[in-house]
Write a protein that binds this ligand. Structure first.
Ligand code: NAD
Length: 398
């Protein structure tokens, strides 16, 4: 038992602790949003594996599968556990909240807190799947990681967020000081590009799917999806044409290869879903993008188009993956959930504001306050209804 009042602690912009009750409420809200908007009679995949299931898009996917379709879920994630008076990470508390509610609703859920890149993670997952959930009909791959230790070479690769070929100069928000400043980012070396592809490209996704296929654990017609981002041309030097973009292109090539393999072996499919820019822990590290998001959110909110990870996953699961629906894809075989973000009127709005946005008008032109609140919410802070002076149990388990 470790009862304590948990106040937000941050290093600059980044929160270094998490609030269990705030995280639990966030998960509850997402569950309610799915359960209350689920069309009557909606059905879909029944045995769902989510890799990267504790925060952001992966957590929202897991919730959409469980409370949208009544699916049994296995979630894989890598989170810090509580240790004395040191809190766990938000993803750990989110998962405790997920399990708590799954138990109440008699939904089967299993979780593995481990390094998904390791062979042992695949073995442990396979053992659970065989025992509890075979055959699997949907696999979501939603990892976002700064590093990966390769299971064969033992080498650790660190991903970087850099342009390729030439220096990139742009505006960005200095998150700690809330100042809009010029940033210049040096191009990546060949090794940094290769390392980023090794971490965020498709190799590990392929290993997961091959391991499941080889064990005969994928159902006839099983589907798998990984998530990507494209965004506007303005961010391409640091995103689409940068190191992370190379990794995403590798992920897309992997989707094409897995699609052929799955069609052949189990009559299944593999897709990339290109998702909208939302506030998640991983995404805050990308230079320039937080400023872009502040402007984007303001415009999308004003037009009634704003969506977070949950709303995006609701569309994916209800409109593309539910029984009776077929995935709607673009010419590159990608599902495009970024359609509203990429609408010409939305992007035109950003293009108009971009040259003028500065420290003095940041809050008027953009929704940086909303961005900051969303970010703190991810850690269970500034969540409505939570009494942050009250002692809470931080040593909780599922
Ligand atoms: P996130 O940081 O919220 O989630 C990352 C997840 O990966 C967490 O569950 C974490 O525990 C897990 N993880 C990290 N390293 C791991 C490891 N070694 N082993 C097991 N689990 C590990 O990130 P997110 O933004 O939801 O990103 C998920 C995917 O969505 C990424 O592919 C990202 O590129 C994509 N995407 C994100 C955005 C965005 O705006 N955030 C937009 C489009 C696509």
């Amino acid at each position: 038992m470790t009862l304590q009042a948990v106040k937000m602690r941050s290093r600059g912009f980044i929160c270094v602790n998490a609030h269990p009750e705030g995280c639990r409420r966030n998960v509850e809200q997402q569950i309610e949003a799915i359960a209350s908007s689920r069309p009557a009679g909606l059905a879909g995949p029944k045995n769902v594996l989510v890799i990267g299931a504790s925060t952001g898009y992966g957590l929202a996917s897991r919730i959409a599968a469980a409370w949208g379709f009544g699916a049994r879920t296995l979630g894989i994630f890598f989170e810090r556990v509580p240790d004395g008076d040191r809190t766990a990470t938000a993803g750990y508390y989110n998962s405790v909240g997920f399990h708590e509610r799954a138990r109440t609703n008699s939904l089967f859920a299993a979780s593995l807190n481990c390094d998904a890149f390791a062979d042992s993670a695949k073995r442990d997952a396979i053992a659970i799947l065989k025992r509890e959930m075979a055959p699997v009909d949907l696999v979501i791959y939603s990892l976002a990681s700064p590093r990966r230790t390769h299971p064969e070479t033992g080498q650790t690769h660190e991903s970087v967020l850099r342009p390729i070929g030439k220096e990139y100069r742009s505006k960005t928000i200095e998150l700690d000081s809330e100042r809009v400043v010029e940033v210049s980012i040096h191009p990546a070396s060949k090794k940094e590009i290769a390392d980023t592809v090794a971490v965020m490209g498709g190799d590990d996704w392929r290993r997961w799917i091959r391991a499941l296929l080889d064990e005969g654990l994928l159902a006839q017609g099983a589907r798998t999806l990984a998530y990507s981002y494209i965004g506007p041309e303005m961010t391409w030097p640091i995103y689409r044409d940068g190191t992370i973009g190379m990794a995403k292109k590798d992920l897309e090539a992997t989707a094409a290869a897995l699609d052929a393999e799955l069609r052949n072996r189990v009559g299944g499919r593999a897709w990339i879903s290109v998702n909208k820019a939302v506030v998640t822990q991983a995404s805050v590290a990308i230079p320039v993008v937080p400023l872009y998001k502040s402007l984007l959110f303001k415009i999308m909110k004003a037009k009634g188009l704003h969506e977070g990870a949950l709303e995006q996953m609701r569309r994916l699961f209800f409109e593309h993956l539910a029984d009776g629906q077929s995935a709607k894809t673009d010419e590159g075989n990608r599902i495009r959930l970024d359609d509203r973000e990429m609408r010409p009127d939305v992007q035109q709005g950003i293009a108009t504001l971009w040259p003028r946005v500065a420290t003095e008008n940041l809050h008027a032109m953009g929704d940086f306050a909303g961005y900051k609140r969303d970010f703190r919410n991810l850690f269970g802070f500034e969540v409505e209804g939570v009494d942050y002076n009250a002692a809470v149990e931080t040593d909780v388990h599922w």
